[in-house]
Write a protein that binds this ligand. Structure first.
Ligand code: R5P
Length: 318
């Protein structure tokens, strides 16, 4: 087995390779002056990539990540088909076709939030991206995807894994909270898992989204007087959801409030905004971000193992 990624994904890909006890191969990536992407697999890595199961680690965020992921999968597909033909006539041009599997591990699945048609005529972006990717690999592993249902409907092997055990570990060593809060109903499953793993009290808020930048929480009594609270969500983008939840917690007497998430998007000055409301912000390294304090290679490795078992593939891990 070999883990393959572009350099931008090196931290998480090398954590995954370490967990799986295999080699990590980095692909050359660069941009043409007009911003189009280019990728190349080094000659010395071709053999391993042809003859071993490959786990590609790549994000569908930002948009250039979608293109990069497709180019990497296509490039590996050509190598597997033995098609090495090149304009410079460098041998070998052709090799026998090999039949090894390609899995795609996606730490952060961009476009996952448009998972349904909210109004007539809209695109279901998560499904569109999922269909594209599934045409180029044998299985996908997604870390803390916003709503798995839309990909489950694709009838394709997908494992959904979560970094909540790693969040719980990190929080118990650093914050040592008394109370975990889910800022909306959508995050209940993840946040309550963290609460359960840590033996903390748990509650959730009801969120009404007015627009992409404005949300409102329904009033609710929370038993947080004198307590340290962590708000746990799958992702933080503008920070609006967390800031409003933190306000509610402070008003009700919480003495310390932290925010923790899998995916730290932190758009448009989110971190300084968040730090006006919370004591600290904790995120995984699913995408490059300034609050990456929780490694999530282990979580991806759990997803790889689960998918391999489900597919009945022999694994060097067992
Ligand atoms: C939405 O339901 C998600 O789980 C997050 O709560 C949301 O995307 C966070 O966005 P923002 O930080 O912009 O409020």
């Amino acid at each position: 087995m070999v883990v393959v990624s572009s350099t931008s994904m090196t931290p998480i890909a090398s954590q995954l390779a370490q967990e799986l006890g295999c080699q990590h191969v980095t692909i050359e990536t660069r941009r043409f002056p007009d911003t189009e992407g280019y990728i190349r697999i080094a000659t010395e890595d071709i053999d391993a990539i042809r003859h071993e199961r490959v786990i590609v680690v790549s994000n569908t965020f930002p948009d250039s990540g979608i293109v990069e992921t497709l180019l990497i999968l296509d490039c590996i597909g050509d190598l597997r088909n033995g098609d090495l033909s090149n304009y410079s006539n460098i041998e070998p041009q052709l090799l026998p076709k090999v039949d090894e599997q390609i899995l795609l591990a996606i730490p952060y699945f961009g476009y996952s939030r448009q998972d349904k048609r909210f109004k007539p005529g809209e695109v279901i972006s998560a499904k569109a991206i999922g269909k594209l990717l599934s045409s180029k690999c044998n299985g996908i592993i997604c870390l803390d995807i916003h709503a798995p249902k839309v990909l489950e409907e694709l009838d394709f092997p997908i494992a959904f894994t979560t970094a909540m055990p790693e969040l719980a570990d990190h929080l118990s060593q650093t914050v040592k909270p008394d109370f975990i809060l889910s800022p909306d109903k959508g995050a209940i499953e993840r946040a309550s898992m963290v609460a359960e793993l840590m033996g903390c009290e748990f509650s959730y808020l009801e969120k009404v989204r007015i627009d992409a930048r404005t949300i409102r929480h329904e009033a609710k009594d929370l038993d947080v007087v004198g307590k340290k609270v962590v708000i746990v969500d799958d992702m933080i983008a503008t920070g609006g959801t967390i800031c409003r939840a933190a306000e509610a917690l402070r008003e009700q007497g919480a003495i310390e409030v932290h925010a923790a998430c899998s995916h730290g998007l932190f758009t448009g000055g989110a971190i300084p905004r968040l730090l006006r409301y919370v004591d600290d912000v904790h995120a995984t390294g699913s995408l490059e971000n300034a609050r990456d304090v929780i490694p999530c290679g282990k979580a991806l490795a759990r997803g790889v193992r689960e998918l391999e078992q489900r597919l009945g593939w022999s694994s060097k891990l067992e």
